[in-house]
Design a protein around this ligand. Sequence first.
Ligand code: SF4
Length: 389
Amino acid sequence: MALLTNQPARLNWSDLHQQPDRDHRGARLLQALENADLRGRGGAGFPTATKIRSSLGSRPMLIVNVCDGEPLVSKDAVLVSRSPGLLIDGVALVAAATQAREVVFAVHADTPTEAALRALLGREGQLLPPSRVMAVPARYVSSEESSLASRAMDGEARPRFRSVPLTHGGVGGSPVLVLNAETCAQVAVIWSAGPPRAQLTRLITASGAVRRPGVLEVDDRFQLAELARPGFGEPQAVLLGGYGGTWLPWSTARQHTIASLAQSGVPLGAGLVYLIADECPVAVVGVILRYLAAESAGQCGPCMFGLPAVATDWVQLLDPAKAAAARQRLARRLPVISGRGACRHPDGAVRQAASALSVFARHIDFHLSGQCVRPSVAAAAAPFLAGAW
Ligand code: SF4
C-alpha cells in the first residue's frame, strides 16, 4: 500500500473512538511505527514513534505541517489533493494515541492547499478533536517547528529559542507535537498494513534536468539514475534534500538508491532532488544562497550577518578579479557559522555551500581564469525564479 496510489481502506471511525481499547490501540500503533522505522522528513530523520511517545499523557496541541517549506517542493500539496483521507486518518490515529487537545493544520497562506484543507475540515473535521487551519506566511523559516508552535500560540511565525523540547512545552509552556503531513499519512498506511513491516514509500519532488518534473512516490530500491532525462547530456550534479541539502556529483549520485543514500548519511529531508545540467553551477548556488540569506528571521548574529556574507562571497566567485579571495573567505567562514543559530536554517545553508565548494571545485577554477562558458547568471537563475518564490 502506498501514499498516492493503491491507498488502504479508510479507518473504522466508531472503532477508533471506543474508550476501552484506546490505550491498547495506542501501544499497538507505536509498536507498528517502530517496526516500520518511520522517521520524520527533517534533516535529522528523528524516529516518529519516539516523538509521539514523548507526548503521551500531556494532551499536546498536534500541529500538522502541510507547508511544503522548500520553494521547489510540492509534495504536501499533492498529498492533500490526491490522498486527503489518508492524511485525516493518520492525524486521527496520532490524535487518539496522544489524546491531543487540539489539531492545527499549518499551511502557507493564500494557496490552493489552504483552500483544500479548509474544505477537507469542513467535510471531515468532526472526526477529529477540535481542529483548525492555520495560515502561515510563505517564508522559508515559517514552517520550522518552533515557528509553527509560536504562530499557533501567539501569532508570530518565527523560530524561538528553546531550553526544553516542544513536546515538553518549549514555546509558551504548552506541549506541542509537530508532525509533517507525509508522516501522518504514513501512520495511516502503517496502521492499515500492520505487521509484518510495511514496505514504506516516500514522496520526492524531482526538479531541474529530470525526465519528469513533479512529485514522485518512490521506495528504498529507487535508483537516482532513473531521474535523468534520456537523450540529453549527463547532468553535472544533483542537490539532494532541498536548499539546505547536499550537492553530489551526478557520477556518484546516479549509482545510489534511496536506501544507499540514507546509509551514506545524505539526508533527503524535505525530498527535493534537483539535477543541474547546462547552467553555470556557481551561478545557481549563488541564487540559492542569496535567497537563504534573505529568509533569515534576523534574530541570531551568525545567521543574520553570516549568511549574507557567505552569499556575497559566493557571488564574487563569478568575477575572475575577486574569485580567489572569495574562495579563501568562504573556506574560512563556512565552518564557524554552523550550530550557532536558534534554528537550523544557517546550518543547512552552510552545508549546501560547503558541498558546492567541493563538488564544483573544478568549475570554480574556470571562473578564476575567466573561462566559464555556461549560461549567464540570469539564465541559471531562471528555473528557481520560476518556482514558488
Ligand atoms: S538561526 Fe536564523 S532563521 Fe533561525 S532563528 Fe536565528 S536568525 Fe532566525
